[in-house]
Design a protein around this ligand. Sequence first.
Ligand code: ADP
Length: 200
Amino acid sequence: MTFILGLTGGIGSGKSAATQWFETQGIQVVDADIVAREVVAGGQPALQQIQQTFGDWVLLANGELDRRALREHIFKEPAARQQLEQITHPAIRASIIQQLQAATSPYAILVSPLLFETGQHELTSHTLLIDANEELQIQRAAQRDDQQTEQIKQIIAAQMPRLQKQRMANDIVLNDGPLEQLYAQLSSLHLQYLARSETA
Ligand code: ADP
């Protein structure tokens, strides 16, 4: 796989909607959020490392990660977050690379809400930001997840500011209209990406 598109955007910007459209065009997608969960699934080496580092209390009775307990621990001891990320980040990265390499579509997509924040954009050839103003982000995410506005605002505040992402992205799609408008913009980019993947 030579041409890899990194797709990102803040919560509620329309990343999933965009990703689903690319999938209808036959483009294979690796989702960094899913990979992050896979690498700490029961029996995975990263989970064993987490257990060795923090103790048996990180595991539930069924051998799965006790996410809540770990989250609370990290909240109380910020240094623990770094320890955890030293275990999970290399595992996530390795799995993403492996899955992207295995893709057989003309090009592949890595979708990640924290593409730039985590340096995952370095694994891609080109980046696309799905962009929407904060009001729309909140409205969409609240509708989708039944989440409180305050919680969504907190998530937005923890993500890289919109302006900075706009500066870093190679392409930007403003998703502030109906879905058809999003798809039309993606459609013209898709043709460009196909052309690039042929010459890459
Ligand atoms: P993200 O993955 O970036 O968090 P989603 O793609 O899940 O965002 O979009 C959030 C919600 O808003 C979803 O329910 C989605 O269907 C809806 N949505 C996204 N873009 C549009 C749009 N242009 N018009 C209407 N609804 C949209």
